[in-house]
Ligand binder design. Structure first.
Ligand SMILES: NC(=O)c1ccc[n+]([C@@H]2O[C@H](COP(=O)([O-])OP(=O)(O)OC[C@H]3O[C@@H](n4cnc5c(N)ncnc54)[C@H](O)[C@@H]3O)[C@@H](O)[C@H]2O)c1
Ligand SMILES: [Zn+2]
Ligand SMILES: [Zn+2]
Length: 367
C-alpha cells in the first residue's frame, strides 16, 4: 500500500512530499488511516538537527486515525476503531513493562524509529528504507504501527483532540497527575506555555492547584494561559522571576515544571520551588546540552528534581482516562487547538512553532 507523506531528507532543509510504500500489517501490526496530527517541538528538534535521527524520515508523532487493517496477532483492535497513537510502544516483556512503568520500557524499538522486528515501516520508490519518527511518522495519510502503539479512543472524540492526546496532553497532564502527583491547593509554576506547558496548566486546573503561575516570553501565550487556569502571569525575561514567584507562592512553589528544554530555564527551575518542592523536567533540550545545579540548595532545602518522560503514563490506561475527562468537560482540550493546516503546510507549521506564533498546529490529514 502507498501512503502520501512529507519526508525530511536533510536536517535544516524543507520537507518534500513523496509516495512511500507501507509494510503489510502482519503479526501484531496495525494499519491506521491517519486523520489528524499535531506538530510538536520534538518534531522540530529533529527537523533542525538538534536531535540526530536516521534520514530520510517521516516526522510526526502526535497522531490519530481509524484502524484500516490488522494483523492476525492483534487482539484489542478491529478495522473501524478510532485510535490515538503512542510514540513509545512498550515491549510488554522488559522489567519496567512488567512493573507497570511502560514509559520506561527498555525493549521498545520506537526510539530507534523501527517496528518491533527491526524493519522500517516505510520504503521509497526504489525500495530503500525510510524511517518513521518514533515508529509513527504521522506527517502522512497512513501508517503501520505495532498494536501497543495504537490505543482505542471513543469515536466522538474529535480527531484533532485525539491527536493531541497522543503527545502534548498525555505528557503535560501526566506530568501533573503521575510524575509530580500534585494535590489540591498545591502551588505550581509552569515555565514555557506551548502545547506541552498548556497541557500542564490544564492538569493543574483539573486537580485544583492554586496559585498557578504561568511564565512565557509570548504575551499571546500568557493571555491564553490565563484562560487555561493560570492565576498569575510572568514574562520569562523578567530579571526578578525568583523573587516574584516567591512572593506569589509564599516561599517558592510546591512544584515547578519546565516545558521548553533550555539550559537557562532548567538551571533556574529549582530556585522557583520552596523547601521540599519539586522541579519537574518535561522539556527536552538539544543533544549535548548541560545545565548546572546548586547542590547545597537542593540538599539544604530538601528539593527534588524529577525527570518526566511521556508524563510517566501508560497509554493503554491514560489515553482512555484523558479522553473520558475531555468528554465529561473536565479537560477542555479544544482550547489547545490552533491553526488547522493541510499536510503540505508542515514547514509553515514549523515556522510558527519556532516563533511561538498561535497555538498547537493541527494537520488535517483527511484533505
Ligand atoms: N518529556 C516528554 O515526554 C516530552 C513530550 C513532548 C514534548 N517534549 C518537549 O517539551 C518541550 C516543549 O514542547 P512544545 O511542543 O510545548 O514546544 P513549544 O515550542 O510549543 O513551547 C515552548 C514555549 O516556551 C516558550 N519559551 C521559550 N523560551 C522561553 C523562556 N526563556 N522563558 C519562558 N518561556 C520561553 C515559548 O514562547 C513557547 O511558548 C520540547 O523540548 C519538546 O521536545 C517533551
Ligand atoms: Zn511530542
Ligand atoms: Zn518493555
Amino acid at each position: 500500500m502507498t501512503t502520501r507523506a512529507r519526508v525530511l531528507t536533510q536536517a535544516g532543509a524543507p520537507t518534500v512530499e513523496a509516495p512511500l510504500e507501507l509494510v503489510e500489517p502482519s503479526g501484531d501490526l496495525v494499519r491506521v488511516r491517519l486523520t489528524a496530527s499535531g506538530v510538536c517541538h520534538s518534531d522540530l528538534h529533529v527537523a533542525v538537527g538538534e536531535w540526530t535521527a536516521p534520514l530520510p524520515m517521516v516526522l510526526g508523532h502526535e497522531g490519530a486515525g481509524v484502524v484500516e487493517a490488522v494483523g492476525p496477532g492483534v487482539g484489542t483492535l478491529r478495522p473501524g476503531d478510532h485510535v490515538a497513537l503512542s510514540w513509545y510502544a512498550q515491549c510488554g516483556r522488559c522489567r519496567p513493562c512488567r512493573q507497570g512503568s511502560a514509559w520506561l520500557c527498555t525493549g521498545t524499538r520506537s526510539t530507534s524509529h523501527l517496528l518491533p522486528d527491526g524493519r522500517t515501516s516505510l520504503r521509497d520508490a526504489h525500495g530503500a528504507p525510510v524511517h518513521a519518527f518514533l515508529g509513527l511518522g504521522t506527517f502522512a495519510d497512513a501508517t503501520v504501527v505495532p498494536e501497543a502503539a495504537a490505543v482505542a479512543v471513543p469515536g466522538d472524540v474529535p480527531a484533532r483532540v485525539a491527536a493531541l492526546i497522543g503527545c502534548a496532553v498525555t505528557t503535560g497532564v501526566g506530568a501533573v497527575l503521575n510524575t509530580a502527583r500534585v494535590r489540591p491547593g498545591d502551588s505550581a509554576v509552569v515555565v514555557g506555555c506551548g502545547g506541552v506547558g498548556q497541557s500542564i496548566l490544564l492538569g493543574l486546573s483539573l486537580v485544583g492547584a492554586d496559585p498557578i503561575v504561568a511564565i512565557d516570553l509570548s504575551d499571546e501565550r500568557l493571555e491564553h494561559a490565563r484562560t487555561l487556569g493560570a492565576t498569575h502571569l510572568l514574562r520569562g525575561d523578567d530579571p526578578d522571576l525568583v523573587a516574584q514567584v516567591a512572593s506569589i507562592t509564599g516561599d517558592g512553589a510546591d512544584h515547578a515544571f519546565e516545558a521548553i528544554g533550555r539550559a537557562e530555564t532548567i538551571t533556574l527551575l529549582p530556585s522557583l520551588v520552596g523547601r521540599g518542592g519539586q522541579a519537574v523536567l518535561v522539556g527536552m533540550p538539544a543533544e549535548g546540552v548541560r545545565a548546572s545545579i546548586d547542590p547545597f540548595d537542593l540538599a539544604d532545602a530538601g528539593k527534588r528534581v524529577l525527570g518526566c518522560n511521556y508524563g510517566s503514563s501508560v497509554p493503554a490506561v491514560d489515553f482512555p482516562r484523558i479522553a473520558q475527562l475531555y468528554r465529561s468537560g473536565r479537560l477542555p482540550l479544544d482550547a489547545l487547538v490552533g491553526a488547522v493546516r493541510s499536510l503540505d503546510e508542515v514547514d509553515e507549521a514549523f515556522t510558527d512553532l519556532r516563533n511561538a506564533v498561535g497555538l498547537r498546529t493541527i494537520l488535517d490529514l483527511t484533505t
